[in-house]
Write a protein that binds this ligand. Sequence first.
Ligand SMILES: C[S@@+](CC[C@H](N)C(=O)[O-])C[C@H]1O[C@@H](n2cnc3c(N)ncnc32)[C@H](O)[C@@H]1O
Length: 274
Amino acid sequence: MTRSNNPQASQMADESMVRGLSAQARAIWPQEQELLSKYALPEAPRILDLACGTGEISERLGALFPRASLLGVDIDAAHLEKAEARCAAHGERMSWLEGDIYEVDLPSGHFDLSVCRHILQAVPDPARVAQRLVEATRPGGIVHLVAEDYAMMHFHPTRGDNDRFWLDGPIVFANRLGSDLRSGRTMFTILKRLGLEDVRVDYVTIDPMRVPREVVAEIWVAWRDGFAEPISQETPFSSEEVHDQFESMIECIRNPEGYFIWHLPVVSGRRSQS
Ligand SMILES: C[S@@+](CC[C@H](N)C(=O)[O-])C[C@H]1O[C@@H](n2cnc3c(N)ncnc32)[C@H](O)[C@@H]1O
């Protein structure tokens, strides 16, 4: 989701984020790797993983493209340490750079594949992030975004109205911190306006047909642990109400008769050759 301004809440959110990233990778990667495999990339692609976090996906990219070299960039040194340790088996073809996505010095027109996952909804200017990715990508290279949109998740049966909760709770919370949890739907237009070709939106579908319920429950438990308190502090919902909303979604996810659907936009485009 997005970070709180309160340091204690931030620490809790970080611990739960790390847990959540692991579960998200297990939920999403099986479908995402099929999309990545379709790109026309050189045999030894140069990959950028911008805001790589703990390297969950850097590691998987290294395995999917065994001759790739990968640069992982993140602002958080502790996350980069985890990423480096996780990817140690891939050896020197993985490198790491601590820096801010808006300012870090990236080689221009260099990467065959520039990946950015689970961050555009949490930063103030996702269009600027997309522009940085495009600039770092070589002409003919691919920009690949996992662009979350928190109004694209639905549950039945649950107590209360979760659709309304996402709008009036987490989305308002993120707006107060300057980010847009519905940025996923904006990225098609943003990539078009940046002049990319073959811009498309695919969907990773997180539902009980495709992803084990317990893996999805792990994501929601991590979000509850990290964000229920900060959301209650920034919105009209009480702590009990926010917890109850998360609990009702988690019960639905674990209920063999429950259905949930999280449409996760994967937005991609090719940098023009000209
Ligand atoms: C939700 S995690 C996603 C990690 C990874 N992309 C993945 O898919 O597993 C977001 C990451 O973005 C990093 N981050 C947040 N703001 C950043 C910034 N301004 N510059 C670079 N990294 C940033 C955080 O430290 C965190 O590791």
